[in-house]
Design a protein around this ligand. Structure first.
Ligand code: TRH
Length: 360
């Protein structure tokens, strides 16, 4: 059967957590829904998908098993996060008269090398094929961030339900700073309502509470009220962020969504070998702090440093850092709106991919 001219095979290997599949699913949906691409998503762990998303009949999800079937390659082949295409698929790509556009979708890059790497060709050493690097980023000259066409409109129409407390959403990895922060919140002067994401954050809070902190449970201690959230479908994830005064996010996808939410945020970066993530974090802080007043930039940098273990967390330093951060939340809120506007000028990842394909 002849494939549609805009057929796309998107390959995804799940390393851990939900980030890899989360990004690929968003991209697949957007390429199909907004650009009419006929997307086939090849994933090595498809069992994770139903937790994240309701099936989309217009996206074919295929199990990427060890023995890969002989299939006709699509016109556009996206290899997410250098996941390495199956040998027989690569050979089939090389045999096509009209060679597919082969994209390696990189992890989000916030470092200065992003723009110079973006769209660079990499010829295959043995096959008559060229792979292009596509680099999501926050700087001009990168591929931008994933953002659906209607996201900002949905965000604007969201009805915010104010609480008589500072509303915080918590999504992080296991974090030695968290128990100290919880103690600071318990003993602080201000009521705080913390909505805790399912998974690692709820488990760590359960340890702190010394009980199973199961979805929908509430717990009050001092000035802190804790609420355990169920795992929500990805399509409902943004609304969790929009409801907040402050978002704690992690990894890649929730981090990007928090930037589109245009609210104060703290990033728990995905830890990498030999602390490579420290450089990445510093690069982001430098970009993000541009235009922020010094007090707000310092408070954000100090808190983020402790949160990510660049500074060893203690009860004393986290409580002081929290106090300073809390004072600058209004400035961070204003700044987040400007940052979102700046990101918009980059276009969005799916759109930039479609343009790259068109101009090729
Ligand atoms: O899950 P993560 O830690 O993913 C990470 C990062 O992508 C990292 O860069 C990568 O190297 C590593 O995986 C392998 O965090 P992230 O990127 O924020 O992805 C979480 C996804 O889960 C995001 O799409 C939102 C989604 N989610 C829901 O849909 N519902 C929920 O209730 C929660 C808590 C998350």
């Amino acid at each position: 059967m002849a494939l549609n001219p805009l057929s796309c095979d998107l390959f995804c290997r799940v390393i851990d957590n939900y980030g890899d599949i989360g990004v690929c699913w968003r991209l697949a949906q957007q390429l199909q829904g907004e650009y009419g691409w006929q997307v086939r998503l090849w994933i090595d762990e498809p069992v994770l998908l139903p937790q994240l998303a309701t099936p989309n009949p217009d996206i074919e999800v295929c199990h990427w098993s060890t023995s890969f079937p002989e299939v006709t390659p699509a016109k556009i082949v996206i290899e997410a996060f250098a996941c390495e295409l199956p040998d027989n698929y690569l050979a089939a790509m090389a045999q096509q008269q009209d060679k597919p556009l082969w994209i390696n979708l990189e992890y989000l890059c916030v470092e200065d090398w992003g723009p110079s790497f973006h769209c660079q060709p990499s010829p295959h050493p043995r096959q008559p094929l060229t792979k292009y690097f596509f680099v999501p980023g926050i700087q001009p000259g990168t591929g931008g961030l994933l953002c659906e066409q209607d996201l900002l409109e949905r965000r604007a129409n969201h009805t915010h339900t104010p609480r008589p407390a500072l509303d915080v959403f918590l999504f992080c990895y296991d974090n030695p700073a968290l128990p100290h922060l919880l103690t600071a919140w318990v003993n602080g002067p201000q009521p705080i309502h913390c909505r805790v994401a399912a998974g690692k954050p709820a488990a760590q809070i359960g340890e702190w509470l010394n009980m199973d902190f199961a979805p929908r449970m509430h717990f009050q201690r001092g000035m802190l009220s804790l609420e355990a959230l169920p795992f929500v479908p990805q399509s409902d994830f943004d609304a969790l962020l929009w409801q907040s005064d402050l978002n704690f996010v992690r990894g890649e996808d929730s981090f990007a969504r928090a930037q589109w939410a245009a609210l104060p945020m703290i990033w728990h970066i995905y830890p990498q070998a030999e602390d490579a993530h420290h450089t990445k974090l510093a690069a982001f802080q430098q970009h993000y702090s541009s235009g922020l007043d010094a007090a707000a930039a310092n408070a954000l940098t100090t808190f983020t440093g402790i949160w990510n273990g660049l500074i060893t967390p203690t009860e004393t330093n986290i409580s002081a850092a929290w106090e300073e951060l809390n004072c600058v939340l209004p400035a961070l809120k204003t700044h987040a709106v400007g940052w979102q506007k700046q990101l918009l000028t980059l276009g969005n990842l799916a759109e930039n991919l479609a343009i790259f394909h068109k101009n090729r």
